[in-house]
Design a protein around this ligand. Structure first.
Ligand code: TZP
Ligand code: MG
Length: 239
């Protein structure tokens, strides 16, 4: 299933990031961050929402709460016609009928997930090396998350920080594949244009950016998503 990766929101349920707010409210607010354009959609063909895909990533709650939260989130994402992917948990994705999953290198393998999920389910894989990216492409994953772009307090147990140069090397290595690509780790309003325009390999584009704290922890997630949309759609100022 093709998926628009341009502004990929990854959720976080830790108190430091959610700050007592309801996750569904935060996500809905972020999804409204592009709605100003919706009346013009048929004319200018922009994506309907600011955020184009949501991944429910929850390292905090037990399975029961995850299923309940994922189901509520799905009601919200369906309203905005944005796919909901579940991090780590193929069982949770199946339980609520999510559009797909995002799997790390230590999670269920792509092949096992493929067997369990509906045929059109979206499957994304986390990668931080050429080998992992090539394997995901050869397996037939829909997209890869490439990271960690910049060191981030949101995930400190990352295998490596690869920066724009490391990202370019990975993109080069999979240039002959149609697999989608999204950068993750430490991306914010100040560096998003650098990420998008300086990481690109001449032969393989980065399709988008995945953001956790710069949207979920923002005082105004809608305004934050809107700002990302503007920065992503407009050429970089430093060029
Ligand atoms: N994988 C690599 S870095 C990361 C994940 C899930 C967290 C990114 O969070 P933030 O807040 O956007 O830096
Ligand atoms: Mg995982």
């Amino acid at each position: 299933m093709p998926v628009d990766l341009s502004l990929y929101l990854v959720t976080d349920s830790t108190p430091a990031i959610l700050k007592g707010r309801d996750l569904c409210t935060v996500v809905e607010s972020a999804l409204q961050g592009g709605e100003c354009c919706s009346s013009l959609l048929p004319i200018i063909q922009l994506t309907p929402a600011g955020v184009t895909v949501v991944q429910y990533r929850d390292k905090t709650n037990d399975t029961g709460v995850q299923v309940e939260t994922a189901r509520k989130l799905h009601q919200v994402t369906k309203k905005y016609k944005v796919p909901l992917l579940i991090n780590d948990r193929v069982d949770v994705a199946l339980a609520i009928g999510a559009e797909g999953v995002h799997l790390g290198q230590d999670d269920m393998s792509f092949m096992e997930a493929k067997k369990l999920l509906p045929e059109n389910a979206i499957i994304g894989i986390s990668t931080s090396s050429v080998e992992e990216a090539r394997k995901a492409a050869a397996d037939g994953a829909d997209y890869i998350g490439i990271g960690t772009m910049f060191a981030t307090p949101t995930k400190t147990n990352t295998k490596s920080v690869i920066g724009t140069a490391g990202t370019q090397v990975i993109l080069d290595a999979i240039k002959d594949s149609a697999i989608g690509t999204v950068s993750i780790g430490g991306i914010n309003h100040s560096n998003v244009q650098r990420v998008l325009y300086q990481s690109q390999s001449p032969k393989k584009a980065l399709d988008g950016v995945a953001i956790v704290s710069a949207i979920v922890a923002a005082d105004d997630p809608k305004a934050s998503a809107e700002q990302f949309v503007n920065l992503i759609r407009n050429p970089p100022r430093f060029a």
